[in-house]
Design a protein around this ligand. Structure first.
Ligand code: CUA
Length: 228
């Protein structure tokens, strides 16, 4: 999760988020180079006293400063497309989680395991434990196995919500009447926090997501203890 003064991206907990961070840094580097170059050129314009009254055209320079930006854009567009298709790939998931957005809480269904279902509400500040995270902890966490391919199906019951967990690189809208799909792979144990990120009404800020990533045998224990 994000803590004080963390203005950048959160540490990734999945291979796709790692790729997203690499792409972000790559695009930012190109952006900084262009900004510095253009900034320098504009600044130096203040000190230019030379004027050529007979300058009407410059075919060569026009060619260069048209084609060069197009080539630079290709260096962003091609890795971006690679990531886009990588994010869309479903790699034979071993668990499917269904997540339904409500005003204002999430509910979950494990359709593979005798259809376990539960609601996940934010813990109100006055009921929070001393080590709890305000506006972020929930009463029922989503338990998922680490090192496994997980498919998530997102929908909503009333208005549009968005199931968003930054550390996993997941952000999917839950739309009433639709079922959206994505996948992720958690590569370490821990708690991963997320929030709804579609403005869904008065308590939009108060429907967080907590994922508890555990080793596979613990997950099997958890799922069988819920299977009565
Ligand atoms: Cu649900 Cu914002």
């Amino acid at each position: 999760m994000s803590t004080w003064a963390n203005l950048g991206l959160q540490d990734s907990a999945s291979p796709l988020m790692e790729q997203l961070i690499f792409f972000h840094d790559h695009a930012l580097l190109i952006l900084v180079m262009i900004t510095v170059l253009v900034g320098y050129l504009m600044f130096m314009l203040f000190f230019n006293n030379y004027v050529n009254r007979f300058l009407l055209h410059g075919q060569l320079i026009e060619m260069i400063w048209t084609i060069l930006p197009a080539i630079i854009l290709l260096f962003i567009a091609l890795p971006s497309l690679r990531l886009l298709y990588l994010l869309d790939e479903i790699n034979e998931p071993s668990v499917t989680l269904k997540s339904i957005g409500h005003q204002w809480y999430w509910s979950y269904e494990y359709s593979d395991f005798n259809n376990i279902e539960f609601d996940s509400y934010m813990i109100p500040t006055n009921e929070l434990a001393t080590d709890g995270f305000r506006l972020l902890d929930v009463d029922n966490r989503v338990v998922l196995p680490m090192n496994s391919q997980i498919r998530i199906l997102v929908t909503a019951a009333d208005v549009i919500h968005s199931w968003t967990v930054p550390a996993l690189g997941v952000k999917v809208d839950g739309t009433p009447g639709r079922l959206n799909q994505t996948n992720f792979f958690i590569n370490r144990p821990g708690l991963f926090y997320g929030q709804c990120s579609e403005i869904c009404g008065a308590n939009h800020s108060f429907m967080p997501i907590v994922i508890e990533s555990v080793p596979v045998n613990y997950f099997i224990k958890w799922i069988s203890s819920n299977n009565s």
